[in-house]
Design a protein around this ligand. Structure first.
Ligand code: PEP
Ligand code: MG
Length: 327
């Protein structure tokens, strides 16, 4: 019921028991005129997919081109925090001017792996981001597809080098952005303590994390019924991530995969304790409408029962029933 959702889209995402949820935007292109309207609906940009610009060019964009593009975006969202993710091509996102010929592209050359094999690309991207951020200082940087500590250490070295260069070039101390990693490869789940020593925050990419945890291609319709974040294995994965990142390591943990933009997925996350959800523009009004009607204590009680179940359908039914009850 779109009209109902729109009526409340600028209201804060506060649950019926008064808990504020950070509802954030996933973006890939400039929002231009829409950005003003979007701004009043969101608490931040939780994922800016920089690869979209790379995919629209015929060759790698120059540092200046990247910088102009990022600056425009940071300016449009100047009043809020913007998490830009470094180029995440490969897998299902080919680049016309960088051919991949791989039998298993999802297990191949993608995300941060490409950026570290072509460090000039990453350096250029960091430099463009840091320059673009000079005026607005609202940038945070996120690394995609992290599967080892070395990737984070190397990326951070390149970032620090770029930071030094930019400070020298402008003879001034520019803002130092926070650095975080996407959690979308199961290996990263077992490295959280190590990663946290180098990073300020984590953001889960459930699209890939589900695919890699359940060994189900995220784009293959034949197995799409197996692709389910209510699978007890996924529920336990998400619960483990919350416990370790938030409760033990005290690091902010967001969800920027598609499950955050699905009402059932969103309330599953809320029931575990998640408070930062980032989603596509088209999902925001509806999710806020739902969040404003749920009670975190009631959801937490549901989760205590759900975590003991081993059956996807049974777990999901508990949340379906709860949403029905809330209208
Ligand atoms: C994800 O994997 O959940 C994610 C947000 O990244 P992308 O969909 O761009 O791979
Ligand atoms: Mg991903």
């Amino acid at each position: 019921n779109t009209r109902l959702f729109i009526a409340e889209q600028n209201e804060p995402a506060v649950t019926s028991d008064g808990v504020k949820i950070s509802v954030e935007l996933n973006a890939g292109l400039n929002f231009d005129k829409e950005s003003e309207a979007v701004l009043s609906m969101i608490d931040g940009v939780g994922l800016y997919r920089t690869e979209v610009e790379f995919m629209m060019h015929n060759t790698f964009p120059t540092e200046l081109e990247e910088c102009i593009h990022y600056e425009e975006f940071l300016k449009s969202f100047a009043s809020t925090r913007v998490r830009m993710r470094t180029m995440d091509v490969g897998g299902d996102k080919p680049l016309p001017y960088m051919p991949f010929n791989e039998a298993n592209p999802f297990l191949g050359w993608r995300g941060i792996r490409i950026s570290l094999d072509k460090p000039d690309l990453l350096r250029t991207q960091f430099r463009a981001m840091l320059k673009a951020n000079r005026k607005y200082e609202n940038l945070e940087i996120m690394l995609p597809m992290v599967s080892s500590l070395e990737e984070v250490i190397k990326s951070k070295e390149i970032l620090e080098q770029a930071y030094k260069e930019i400070c020298e070039e402008y003879s001034s101390v520019v803002a130092h952005p926070k650095l975080g990693a996407m959690i979308e490869v199961p290996a990263a789940m077992f490295l959280l303590e190590d990663l946290a020593e180098y990073l300020d925050f984590f953001s889960i990419g459930s699209n890939d994390l589900t695919q890699y945890t359940l060994a189900v291609d995220r784009n293959n319709p034949r197995v799409s019924k197996l692709y389910d974040c209510f699978n007890p294995a996924m529920v336990r994965v998400l619960w483990r991530l919350y416990r370790i990142c938030v409760q033990e390591l005290n690091r902010p943990l967001a969800m920027c995969g598609e499950m955050a933009g699905d009402p059932l997925g969103a309330i599953l996350l809320i029931s575990m304790g998640y408070r930062e959800l980032s989603m596509n523009y088209t999902e925001i009004a509806r999710i806020k409408y739902v969040l404003r009607r749920v009670d975190t204590k009631e959801l937490s009680d549901i989760f205590k029962k759900a975590i003991k179940l081993s059956d996807t359908a049974a777990i999901k039914q508990m949340y379906v029933d709860y949403l029905k009850e809330k209208g």
